[in-house]
Design a protein around this ligand. Structure first.
Ligand code: ITT
Length: 197
């Protein structure tokens, strides 16, 4: 639990998500930035779109009909170069259907294994409306699934400049370089300026 005085001003921000892995990462990121991230399990409406920002914005607007506080939603996706950006905004569905093994099979004859993880956060501020923050990390798809940490496509994503997959890294290490952490830090820096007393 954060206490005032340990790290200055403390923000309490609700996170609308049902993804346990994502929630764990945001809570840990928040602790390091004096932000208390409180998960809320609302039915998140996700439209079909090729654009992460449109999906996240729509979800945030829908959630704001029920939640009047400071909250954010996040939409993330894995964009594989040789698959022309697939699964991208369809990552959730693809993970649940063909999964990690399906992606490895699709890439079995591909020499280009580069990919980008993208995260879009939409923050709802009771007075200032909606704000969008983005983060991305370049990397490549491993030849086989490795590691037990994290969630989703973590066992097959190796961030640029590293040899381990996200699933072989601790939460702290993933959070020091992930797409999600970049979007989150951009949001926190905006919050700290906007709410400066
Ligand atoms: P919400 O309740 O927050 O919407 P979700 O699981 O639907 O959770 P997203 O639409 O943002 O989350 O993400 C789509 C999928 O992309 C997600 O289910 C994972 O399979 C994958 N994904 C997103 N971020 C990831 C990460 O950091 N590491 C591994 N896989 C990730």
């Amino acid at each position: 639990m954060l206490r005032k005085g340990e790290c200055g001003e403390i923000f309490k921000v609700f996170l609308v998500s049902r993804n346990e892995g994502k929630i764990r990462e945001f809570i840990d990121l928040g602790l390091k930035e004096c932000v208390e991230v409180v998960p809320v399990s609302l039915d998140k409406v996700e439209i079909q779109s090729e654009d992460l920002t449109s999906i996240a914005l729509y979800s945030a607007v829908q959630a704001s009909l029920y939640l009047k506080e400071l909250f954010f939603v996040e939409d993330a996706g894995l964009y594989i170069t040789s698959l022309k950006g697939f699964p991208g905004p369809f990552s959730s569905y693809v993970y649940k259907t063909i999964g990690v093994d399906g992606i490895l099979k699709l890439l079995s004859s591909s020499s280009d294994r580069t990919a980008i993880f993208k995260s879009v956060i939409v923050l709802h501020c009771p007075r200032q409306g909606f704000r969008v923050f983005e983060g991305s990390v370049r990397g490549s798809i491993s030849l086989e699934a490795r590691g037990l940490s994290g969630f989703g496509f973590d066992p097959i994503f190796i961030p640029e400049g590293h040899t381990k997959t996200f699933a072989e890294m601790s939460l702290e290490v993933k959070n020091s370089l992930s797409h999600r952490s970049k979007a989150f830090r951009a949001m926190v820096s905006w919050l700290k300026t906007a709410y400066k007393s």
